[in-house]
Design a binder for this molecule. Sequence first.
Ligand code: PNS
Length: 169
Amino acid sequence: MTAEAKVRRAVCPGSFDPVTNGHLDIIGRAAQLYDEVVVAVLINQTKSSLFSVDERLAMLTETTSGYGNVRVDAFRGLLVDYCRANDIPVIVKGLRAVSDFDYELEMAQMNRGLADVDTLFMPTNPEYSFLASSLVKEIATYGGDVSSLLPEQVHKRLLARVEELKEQR
Ligand code: PNS
């Protein structure tokens, strides 16, 4: 063992449009396993989003502030390039159901082949196995109750954005 122990760092990547209780469950569990967890928001100009990258970062910062070892960042391009540049050897991903597995396995194997970056799959808490940001946005748009699926401040921002969009129509 060297005198200076290496920091064990992991990344939780995603769109987080917006962050849900399911994401936070995975981030919180990752924070118990690693010295430092970076929650990295993909900047993807080709995908339309409800919240800007800055808004998504603000919601993540607010909702992860209770963890001393979680920080929030944004990235463009390949996740493995971000990992290399930030000395992150592990990606942590939540698996909700078998239906997630094929795509996630493909990406995990590709990322390992590209840059030796490994992926740790964490089974989602069954309470959140059906939870996806896309569904939450759709339900909220049509007036459904998603308050139990999101942190309170995220829920408030979502309802406000839905109202703004209604007024613009
Ligand atoms: O929350 P999402 O949209 O399911 O997250 C997907 C994400 C951001 C993790 C994935 O699309 C990604 O890693 N994109 C970065 C681009 C990249 O590295 N693509 C090659 C993957 S093998």
